[in-house]
Design a protein around this ligand. Structure first.
Ligand SMILES: Cc1cc2nc3c(=O)[nH]c(=O)nc-3n(C[C@H](O)[C@H](O)[C@H](O)COP(=O)(O)O)c2cc1C
Length: 301
């Protein structure tokens, strides 16, 4: 399906915990700029107006098309995404493309949160013209094999260029997934479970009181007290504080947290100059089938 377009100005709204979705948002921005489009990026969860510029939300009519990107948190999208949808005052019929970003690809139940966001956006009067899953290295539970992770980073500009080209040529892409009863129940349980996650973090003696965790926290859930971070009950479980701590002072026994940490720049440093194994050799097993399909099918979105 396709429609005539006329897209010259793109607004990109994203939430990112550990940088995967941010990289995808920036990749879209670079592709759009290369095509001569005007582009504005807005990160959700940062204090509004901190940059002194008007946010995208304050200039809804300024954009011919919006791109919304967020990481998949099991069956749900991060809370700031829903807050943004609720607060957005769209111009009627405004076009939006929605991208979920996951470690496992377009497999159940990863698709549930995108379906829910699209439903809520449509309820607000936006027109969802395109939706897709992007894959980035997994930051929870099961780390992505380093070679696979590097393949994913290499695939990103190809995917964003392909998708943007399709949007600009008027392609419409909707997927049939629905959130469903089970996914909705799991999402409710997860949201309430994640809020108190940070309270169970242990701050060890390595903490030097630099307050980076407090500055970075997207919900302002961390405040410094006597030079140590203290946590409240608005945690998103995005792991930004845990993985970005420069001295790795925030410890957790939760099996969801990767013991070896997570850093895209660290990955790129340690894999620099390492010849990559072919995808078929390093991406094995049913749990990684969505990632394998994403990487081996160049047209797969
Ligand atoms: C709390 C949490 C839950 C997650 N759940 C899933 C999941 O169910 N399926 C999946 O494929 N990836 C899951 N992930 C992995 C992220 O979707 C993936 O690593 C994403 O690229 C992270 O984006 P970010 O770096 O922008 O935060 C989860 C990550 C977190 C932190």
């Amino acid at each position: 399906m396709s429609e005539s377009v006329g897209i010259h100005r793109i607004g990109i709204v994203y939430f990112s915990g550990t940088g995967g979705t941010e990289a995808a948002a920036h990749s879209f921005a670079e592709q759009a700029q290369a095509k001569g489009l005007a582009v504005e990026l807005e990160e959700l969860g940062r204090k509004a107006g901190a940059t002194g510029r008007k946010t995208l939300s304050e200039t809804p009519a300024g954009w011919d098309c919006l791109l919304l990107l967020f990481p998949v948190y099991a069956t749900d999208a991060p809370a700031p995404v829903y807050e943004w949808i609720r607060s957005w005052s769209p111009v009627a019929g405004q076009r939006i493309a929605v991208f979920s970003v996951s470690g496992g690809g377009e497999v159940w139940p990863n698709t549930g949160c995108r379906a829910e966001c699209c439903r809520q956006l449509e309820e607000k009067g936006l027109r969802v013209i395109y939706e897709a899953m992007l894959c980035m290295p997994c930051n929870w539970l099961m780390p992505t094999h380093d070679h696979v992770a590097m393949h994913l980073l290499a695939a990103l500009p190809r995917k964003t260029e392909l998708i943007l080209g399709r949007i600009l040529s008027g392609s419409i892409r909707r997927t049939a997934h629905r959130k469903g009863f089970l996914v909705r129940q799991l999402a409710k349980y997860e949201q309430s479970g994640s809020r108190g996650f940070a309270r169970k973090l242990h701050v060890d003696e390595a903490c030097n009181g630099c307050a980076r965790c407090a500055r970075d926290c997207p919900t302002g859930n961390i405040r410094m007290h006597n030079g140590r971070p203290e946590f409240a009950d608005e945690c998103l479980m995005c792991f930004k504080c845990v993985y970005n701590c420069p001295v790795r002072a925030l410890q957790s026994n939760n099996i969801m947290v990767l013991k070896q940490g997570f850093s895209l720049s660290g990955l790129q440093r340690r894999m620099k100059d390492t010849p990559l194994l072919p995808v078929e050799e390093c991406c094995k097993g049913v749990l990684w089938s969505g990632v394998k399909t994403y990487l081996t099918d160049r047209d797969r979105l």
